[in-house]
Design a protein around this ligand. Structure first.
Ligand SMILES: Cc1ncc(COP(=O)(O)O)c(C=O)c1O
Length: 392
């Protein structure tokens, strides 16, 4: 650290230089991120309340109450009533905490196991590692749908929880959540739905009359849902969310924090100190956009998704890995050749998608920052790359 402080203007100039190599969403090349530009009003609100600390809620009872309100409101959006929960650092933390709850509720199981689809996010592997839970992975069918029979066969007397995904990381697909609910019905198994991405897409697709299967608290066996404001919610990073049906869970399995200035309380978090401003900002974004505003944004994303899907179908040599359900598109090769070379070629042309080697696809996420013009440029470059690699 320097001995004497620098002039603010100089510091800002140095920062501009140091950060000039970062990519920005409006350049149009970020096609593989589930994050996007934060809503402008959300940014304003965030800055105003940046010092609020929800790690000590007794000091910020107004912020803590607002968190309860925003959680309950999102819970209603997910067809629940009196839903509790909390904002977290993201989907990974929310999934980890959900897996801890599943384990803690079954302390009689000595070698706890969780059953997940193989398409589940890596955060479940992390959770397995950190919590010492065996993660059993169910196969997918050729069309990338979950092989429900295999999923069922992995459930044993050691199963403390099962996981389904509403918006898979690779393809945005929805697992058969009602059917999984039927499988575990009446059994003492915790059912977690990872809607980190889909949580702020699916309710609005429903508004647009898309045929969306039940995925949320309307499925009576679902105990908890992950949904991230910092993905399609356009919230400030970091904001993930964990939503729980059972009001007793925090009392039952929460960590007691005894030393705080604001007084004793219990929470589920990994972290102690945590931002209040991200929660306040997301409350403001929800108030500002309303269902209508979110629906319009999702509609634009879906229009662009359908546009890109149609364009890909026209390009000989590549194919859609699956028909898109939400604003995620998987591109694979028509002849089964490895997707790696295509990914490399596109990267040379600055395009940044996500590569899923295990499914031989590259993934485009058609976020609010992606425009038709960006997609037009991408399609042109994709055609060039396909030709160069002789995939056609
Ligand atoms: C389905 C799903 N769950 C969880 C996560 C992890 O979220 P985060 O990166 O916010 O920890 C992701 C990230 O892409 C995801 O797609």
């Amino acid at each position: 650290m320097r001995n004497e402080g620098l002039d603010k203007r100089k510091i800002l100039q140095i920062l501009e230089e140091k950060l000039a190599c970062d990519h920005s969403y409006d350049e149009g090349y970020i096609l593989g991120s589930m994050c996007t530009e934060v809503n402008e009003f959300g940014k304003e609100v965030y800055l105003k309340y940046i010092s609020k600390n929800l790690g000590d809620p007794g000091l910020f009872p107004g912020t803590a109450k607002l968190e309860e309100e925003v959680v309950a409101e999102i819970g209603e959006l997910f067809n629940g009533s009196n839903i509790i929960g909390s904002f977290m650092t993201g989907g990974s933390e929310a999934n980890l905490i959900a897996m801890r709850i599943a384990k803690k509720l079954h302390e009689d199981i000595k070698e706890p196991e969780i059953v997940v689809p193989i398409s589940a996010h890596r955060s479940f592997d992390k959770a397995g590692d950190l919590l010492n839970i065996k993660i059993k992975k169910a196969r997918l069918k050729n069309n990338f749908e979950l092989d429900l029979e295999h999923f069922n066969s992995l459930i044993s007397e050691n199963t403390c929880g099962v996981v389904a995904i509403a918006g898979t990381t690779s393809l945005g697909l929805i697992d058969p959540i009602e059917k999984i609910g039927e499988i575990i019905d009446g059994r003492d198994i915790f059912f977690h739905v990872d809607a980190a991405f889909g949580g702020f897409v699916l309710p609005f697709l429903k508004q647009l009359s898309y045929d969306i299967p039940p995925w949320d608290f309307s499925v009576k066996q679902v105990d908890s849902i992950t949904a991230d404001p910092h993905k399609m919610g356009m919230g400030v990073i970091p904001s993930g969310g964990l939503f729980l049906r059972n009001k007793e869970i925090i009392q039952k399995v929460g960590f007691e924090i005894p030393y705080l200035a604001g007084g004793n309380f219990k929470h589920l978090h990994l972290v102690g100190t945590r931002p209040g401003a991200t929660v306040i900002a997301f409350w403001a974004i929800m108030e500002y956009l309303g269902i209508k505003g979110f629906t319009q944004i999702v509609q634009k994303c879906m229009d662009n998704t359908h546009y890109l899907a149609e364009q890909i179908k026209e390009i000989k040599g590549v194919a859609l890995a699956a028909e898109p359900v939400m604003n995620v598109i998987g591109i694979t090769t028509e002849n089964g050749e490895s997707i790696c070379e295509l990914d490399k070629e596109l990267r040379k042309m600055h395009w940044m998608l996500g590569k899923f080697e295990e499914f031989n696809l590259i993934r485009a996420v058609i976020m609010p920052h992606v425009t038709r013009e960006h997609l037009g440029r991408f399609v042109n470059d994709l055609k060039i790359a396909v030709k160069k690699l002789k995939l056609n």
